[in-house]
Write a protein that binds this ligand. Structure first.
Ligand SMILES: Cc1cc2nc3c(=O)[nH]c(=O)nc-3n(C[C@H](O)[C@H](O)[C@H](O)COP(=O)(O)OP(=O)(O)OC[C@H]3O[C@@H](n4cnc5c(N)ncnc54)[C@H](O)[C@@H]3O)c2cc1C
Length: 582
């Protein structure tokens, strides 16, 4: 059985070459250990590359600031579902993490005095809810691009081994059931590879392609979550998906919050700046869930624009051509290419679009996968993980921060763990056989059309689990999902002899999207309250008495388990739940 698998051995294998994976692998490579990064696309095409607006850290370069204010904003932004020990850790280490990136060579935009430029983002305040802060460090509107290139170059220098365009299929285990690496398919050749490793890290990014309208790249299919679910492990808080207020209708391309941070604002069909009605204090820079709901309500009330009255306008012409070209060049490009408008002259049409997965694989502060105790040899980091710093709603600029702060902490733990691992264990024949079986399903011809099925799955989740939800809609969504799952069992690749591996990869990704869909709908139906991005029309209020807890879903469950939110930071005072207004 093992003969058909090409064997590799490393101290650490990281699946995913985005910001999170590369920050973790860098720490390991710099410690002189053997580390492999396995990625289904070239690392520089990972989704981190498209992050626009910036990375948040209280550095006080652009007015007073304090990491405790950042912590307060993040807890409030999370609608009190974020764990306060994790949020404290992230905000406290934010400035160090950004300076570290600067010293690695990341070319941040600058203030006239040479310090790193910081812009305003939604939900940022001074003095625990006071005036607007400017806390997000940026490289124009291409921060993720700059960050990813910097980390990739540092990894090359440190000797990380890269396996580009290898699709990770499933976790491998020893005869005793301990995780000991992953199985992967080499896309160019179809060869099968077994990566045996002392420590395995999932850094596979988000799953935003679960929705029909998404700002995410087509590769964001939640593969790491699929792998842990198939291994019998839980995923956390899957009902919480962020809808970004300003995606372009049609393409779903993101128009960054940086636009509103630089002074852009939203208007409805009457030309009204409607955000003042929904968030009198923060206006256009309220938290994303608040702005997305406001836009959806304006459209619902008939105040949308366009032939179908189904979008609103984002105005930035008053900022002037020069500022737009200097600070928002990528946004200008996107607006011209995908919406046909020059933002220096005309308003940009925008609509709420699925954007970010707040839930994920439950982990400790140093990336250990929890089920509920640490799973030996298995880690997760980045958008696929849930530590949980974003709770029910993520603040802009906090994801890139999450990647580098927890990427570094995970890397340090991996180095410690490697010192206590004498020899790398071998995967069992049974574990390889299970992956072979999964692959072979896709060697058989079958009926149906894969692309069509994927689209119907995305439409179902979009329709039944969008910005607003009700019990009836969610239950109906689960019913449709059961029918689609039935179809999926019968589907096959159309003409097997002519199929290239990319199509096989899409089929395998679809397995993962189906698992994410069920986890999302089950958890959303069970949570009978509204919190952050989870808005139940039939339960419009937040209910702290019952629901100050995280959902934990395992494959096959019709009702999730729960664990309490950690409201206790380590060194600072707890931020007690109060009503959340902006
Ligand atoms: C358009 C857009 C703009 C954004 N802007 C910002 C911003 O300005 N600031 C901010 O803080 N956040 C922003 N975000 C969010 C942030 O960019 C992401 O959350 C973050 O980059 C995710 O990083 P990651 O390393 O976890 O995953 P990714 O960068 O998505 O990388 C995932 C990696 O996993 C690999 N992979 C996945 N599955 C497999 C598999 N089966 N086998 C092998 N490899 C696999 C991929 O090849 C890839 O290398 C933005 C998001 C979007 C969509």
């Amino acid at each position: 059985m093992t003969d058909s698998w090409q064997q590799h051995e490393f101290d650490v294998v990281v699946i995913g070459g985005g910001g999170a994976g590369l920050r973790a692998s860098l720490a390991v490579a710099q410690a002189g250990l053997r580390v492999a990064v396995v990625s289904k696309v070239h690392p520089l095409r990972s989704h981190t590359v498209s992050a626009q607006g910036g990375i948040t850290a209280a550095m006080a370069n652009n007015g007073d600031d304090d990491w405790r204010w950042h912590m307060y904003d993040t807890v409030k932004g999370s609608d009190w579902l974020g764990d306060q020990d994790a949020i404290e850790f992230m905000c406290r280490h934010a400035a160090d993490a950004v300076y570290e990136l600067e010293h690695m060579g990341l070319l941040f935009s600058r203030l006239p005095d040479g310090r790193i430029y910081q812009r305003q983002f939604g939900g940022q305040t001074r003095h625990f809810g006071g005036e607007q802060a400017a806390r997000t460090c940026a490289a124009a509107d291409r921060t993720g691009h700059a960050l990813l290139h910097t980390l990739y170059q540092q990894n090359l220098r440190a000797g990380t081994a890269f396996f580009d365009e290898y699709f990770a299929l499933d976790l491998l285990t020893t005869v005793d059931g301990q995780v000991c690496g992953i199985a992967a398919l080499e896309l160019a050749t179809g060869r099968r590879h077994a990566f045996a490793a002392g420590q395995t890290v999932l850094a596979t990014g988000g799953g935003g392609r679960l929705f029909r309208h998404s700002t995410n790249a087509h590769i964001n299919t939640g593969d790491g979550l699929g792998m842990v679910l198939r291994a019998g492990l839980p995923v956390q808080d899957m009902e919480f998906w962020q809808f970004h207020p300003t995606g372009l209708p049609g393409s779903g391309s993101l128009i960054s919050e940086a636009v509103r941070g630089e002074g852009g604002y939203l208007v409805n069909a009457n030309g009204e700046r409607f955000m003042q009605r929904y968030a009198p204090h923060a206006g256009d820079l309220a938290s994303r869930d608040v702005v997305a709901r406001a836009i959806a309500l304006e459209i619902h009330a008939g105040r949308g624009l366009g032939p179908h009255a189904d979008y609103v306008h984002l105005k930035l012409d008053h900022l002037g051509d020069r500022l737009i070209r200097e600070r928002l060049p990528g946004i200008r490009d996107l607006a011209i290419r995908f919406a046909g408008v020059d933002p220096a002259r005309d308003p940009v049409p925008v609509v709420p679009t699925a954007h970010y997965m707040m839930g994920g694989i439950p982990v400790s502060l140093c990336g250990e996968v929890l089920a509920p105790h640490p799973v030996a040899g298995l880690y997760a980091v980045g958008e696929c993980a849930c530590v949980s710093v974003h709770g029910a709603n993520r603040l802009g600029g906090n994801s890139l921060l999450d990647l580098v702060v927890f990427g570094r902490a995970t890397g340090q733990r991996l180095v410690e763990a490697a010192q206590h691992t004498s020899a790398v264990a071998r995967p069992s024949a049974d574990s390889l056989a299970a992956v072979t079986e999964r692959l072979e399903v896709w060697q058989e011809p079958g009926e149906g059309n894969l692309a069509d099925l994927r689209q119907r799955l995305q439409q179902t989740v979009q329709k039944h689990c969008g910005v607003f939800r009700t019990a009836d809609w969610l239950a109906e969504g689960l019913h449709v999902l059961t029918q689609l799952e039935e179809e999926q069992r019968r589907i096959g690749l159309q003409d097997h002899s002519r199929v290239f591996n990319l199509e096989r990869m899409e089929a395998l990704e679809l397995d993962n999207l189906f698992l994410l869909a069920r986890a999302t709908l089950v958890c959303a139906l069970a949570r009978t309250e509204s919190r952050g991005a989870h808005t139940r029309e039939d339960y419009p209020d937040r209910d702290d008495r019952v629901w100050l807890k995280h959902s934990l879903y395992r494959l096959g469950q019709s009702m999730p388990d729960y664990k309490p939110v950690n409201l206790q930071p380590v060194d600072t005072a707890a931020i007690q739940p109060v009503s959340r207004t902006y």
